[in-house]
Ligand binder design. Structure first.
Ligand code: SAH
Length: 250
């Protein structure tokens, strides 16, 4: 039985500024994140940016100065939306950041996810069109965060991914919290590979050591696999891992 309770003032909060509020909770309404949302472990709030437009057509964008294709989101409209979104303090003065999701931002990594999950929540601004007028990013001191080196059509899928990554770290969301420590990136390495039943499948068997019942050998096999995979697939992570190791040893 899951008990449904109202989010409290202390619940981790994702407050999203978007032109498409119906995209939320979307996938976050399902599975682990959805159950946690129902339980009130975190709360989701959306704000329609268009509500802050002041003309009768409720315009949020305009053509770019300097010419070129596409439209740019107006600083005055976005600023008014941000003012309303941060009125209670969330997203300002250390109460979690106000983030603009953009391919020009700092790449989202697990360390930032951990930092965000440990705080009171986030204000997330989802761009559309060509993006935001630069001045409102500066004036509001927005933290610019990118999901990766590719271009989405809007910030919403990036917001969904960022929130998902944070919510699974909140206390009480994952069943077995111990599994979190071994996960990819938590140690600075990619995780070792996983296997389950059947032990023999389509002529492929599970690595012998995993059915040995020998805890220490299993641990060292997994550690070696994690290292080898990281070395091979992500030399950048491997270098950083080794550097940290040698600094610790000093
Ligand atoms: N003209 C921009 C791309 C605009 S894409 C550029 O070349 O940098 C439209 C919106 O999608 C952006 O405002 C941003 O909010 C979102 N977006 C696109 N790619 C993203 C990414 N990799 N990470 C986070 N947000 C992204």
């Amino acid at each position: 039985m899951t008990e449904t309770r109202k989010p409290t003032d202390k619940s981790w909060t994702a407050r999203i500024l978007t032109l498409f509020p119906d995209m939320f909770p979307g996938p976050l309404g399902q599975s682990l994140a959805g159950k946690a949302l129902e339980k009130g472990i975190w709360r989701l709030e959306t704000m329609q940016i268009r509500d802050f437009a002041t003309d009768k057509h409720r315009t949020v964008d305009d053509t770019p100065f300097g010419g070129g294709a596409g439209m740019v989101m107006r600083p005055d409209v976005v600023d008014a939306a941000l003012a309303a979104a941060t009125e209670d303090g969330l997203g300002t003065n250390g109460n979690g950041p106000a983030i603009y999701l953009t391919p020009r931002g700092r790449l989202l990594k697990q360390d930032l996810v951990q930092e965000l999950a440990a705080g009171p929540g986030v204000v997330l601004l989802c761009g559309r069109y060509e993006g935001l007028d630069e001045r409102v990013i500066e004036a509001r001191g927005l933290l610019e965060v990118s999901l990766g080196d590719f271009v989405l059509s809007g910030g919403e899928p990036a917001a969904l991914a960022l929130i998902d990554a944070c919510v699974r770290l909140l206390p009480g969301v994952m069943g077995a919290e111990a599994t979190l420590d071994e996960e990819s990136f938590e140690t600075g390495l990619l995780e070792y590979p996983h296997y389950t039943r059947p032990a023999e499948w389509n002529g492929r068997s599970v690595p012998e050591v995993l059915i040995s019942g020998h805890h220490e050998r299993i641990q060292s096999w997994r550690a070696r696999e994690a290292e080898e995979t990281t070395k091979l697939r992500r030399p950048d992570l491997w270098d950083a891992y080794q550097k940290r190791g040698s600094e610790k040893g000093r």
